[in-house]
Design a protein around this ligand. Sequence first.
Ligand code: ATR
Length: 282
Amino acid sequence: MNSIKREKIIGLIGQNIQGSLSPQIHNYLASVMGLKYHYFLFDIEPFELKKAIEAIKIMDIKGVNVTIPYKSEAVKYLDEVDERVKKIGAVNTIVNENGKLVGYNTDVDGFDEMSYSKGITFKDKKVVLFGAGGAARAVLYYLKDQNVDQLYLINRTLNKAETVKKDFNKVIDNINIIEWTSEKKEQVVKDSDIIINATPLGMENEYQDISPVKSESINEEQVLIDLVYKPRVTKFLSFGQKKKAKIVSGIEMLVYQAVGSFELWTNQEVEYHVIDELIKNL
Ligand code: ATR
């Protein structure tokens, strides 16, 4: 009985998540570290979210990741959230702490670790950020401590960008909103040092052939960071590749945010060589 009890269930709550790489990542970490954690996909419909979160307690699930489209809504069904989740308004990790559901956001750590491992620094840089959803908010949470020179926020829906600016303006005082359809957009991209895509543009299937920027706006001095991880080289990153700019795939952040979640569930530290192997083999 005890050995059965030691087996722990973890997983992912989201919609249309069959292509997710998370089971591969977490089950790999568990097996390399000799831990009996098993990761499952819980593909649910929006009306089932509240019940699915209740089920975490009832079925003694150790924890789950939360992904599109539930990162914001899930917050209201938790017993407790940390400061980051409050500020960002989005949760990507739930931990069942002895029957209490606590929400965390390891997307911030994912972005932080990815930047560190790639040697990317933001101090005094002009940064363009596409998107104003949960992922973009996690990036902003990280950037608030990086002393960027100017931050340009570009989102399809203008008022969402305005809300984000309002939510963050106490901690980042140099956010400039540029309209998605504005003529200035490509010039701003051209003049920037780092461009981050936190929208699904470029993702396999529906958005595969779309980039948030034009190829002409990219040069070799720039750093292009995509949060999309499938395909590894998106249309956006392919522009950077052609111009010999530095490019970073979303796979890096995906792995680092996963490591952050795994460490919260297991209380064990994942070693760097394990992470390197993982990124190489995915
Ligand atoms: P995530 O948690 O990944 O950030 P999200 O909160 O749903 O997901 O946010 C998705 C982001 O991608 C939003 O900024 C969204 O723009 P809108 O605010 O206009 O919805 C952006 N996005 C989604 N589909 C897009 C598209 N086809 N073109 C441009 N931006 C898009």
